[in-house]
Design a binder for this molecule. Structure first.
Ligand code: SF4
Ligand code: SF4
Length: 202
């Protein structure tokens, strides 16, 4: 019979009298270290649905689906794919739309659907060419950032009027009925239509 080495014997005795290194999660909450990067938490109040985080997410954990017919944008975040890199937080245009929390062990589930989250945002769709411009919240956020400068352009009048009610809705209906003309350059917010007018007349 082989006798254990002295070092192994010493380790066994020490481990008997010292506390465990592993945590007792889920029986006791996990206490993360400072700056620990865990599950990204979305704050829908500050998320404007701009799509930036989806564009920078390395494993494509964030995906965007636009439903033109219903004017809705669906943002899906699959935390089963998330690598906790923090790119979404770093590039969020509002700075508060998504912030990494210190939770990670709570993502252990039997059904993957439980760690998939979905948000819904209202889209701005061009009335003339049906192109998707962005979300309403995104445009409103830009207005807020621009402040009084937003009024310098008539392009955003329709959306500004929805909040300010400066004129009845029908007065600001910028629908183009007789085909794109040079005059429409001042009435459209769609980059596609703007390009068409520029190519046609300049
Ligand atoms: S932390 Fe990284 S991987 Fe996870 S959702 Fe954000 S960008 Fe994607
Ligand atoms: S970058 Fe920020 S504001 Fe834009 S969709 Fe992502 S979380 Fe929302």
């Amino acid at each position: 019979m082989k006798y254990p080495k002295i070092r192994e014997l010493k380790e066994a005795v020490v481990s008997l009298v010292t506390p465990a290194f592993t945590t007792k999660f889920p029986h006791k909450p996990h206490t993360p270290y400072e700056n620990f990067r865990g599950k990204p938490e979305v704050d829908d109040k500050y998320c404007v649905g701009c799509e930036t985080c989806a564009n920078v997410c390395p494993p494509n954990a964030i995906t965007i689906r636009d439903d033109r017919n219903n004017g809705k944008r669906f943002i899906t975040r699959d935390y089963g794919k998330c690598i906790f890199c923090g790119m979404c937080q770093q590039h969020c245009i509002t700075g508060k739309g998504v912030v990494l929390s210190d939770k990670i062990f709570d993502l252990t589930v039997f059904e993957r659907e439980k760690i998939i989250e979905e948000q819904e945002k209202e889209l701005v769709v061009c009335k003339h060419c049906q192109a998707i411009i962005t979300t309403k919240e995104h445009i409103n956020y830009l207005h807020k950032k621009l402040g009084a400068k937003a009024f310098a352009s008539i392009l955003n009048l329709n959306l500004l009027n929805e909040k300010l009610q400066l004129a009845p809705k029908e007065d600001t209906d910028l629908e183009i009925k007789d085909g794109l003309k040079r005059k429409d350059m001042f009435n459209i917010i769609c980059p596609n239509c703007m390009r068409s007018v520029l190519i046609k007349y300049i």
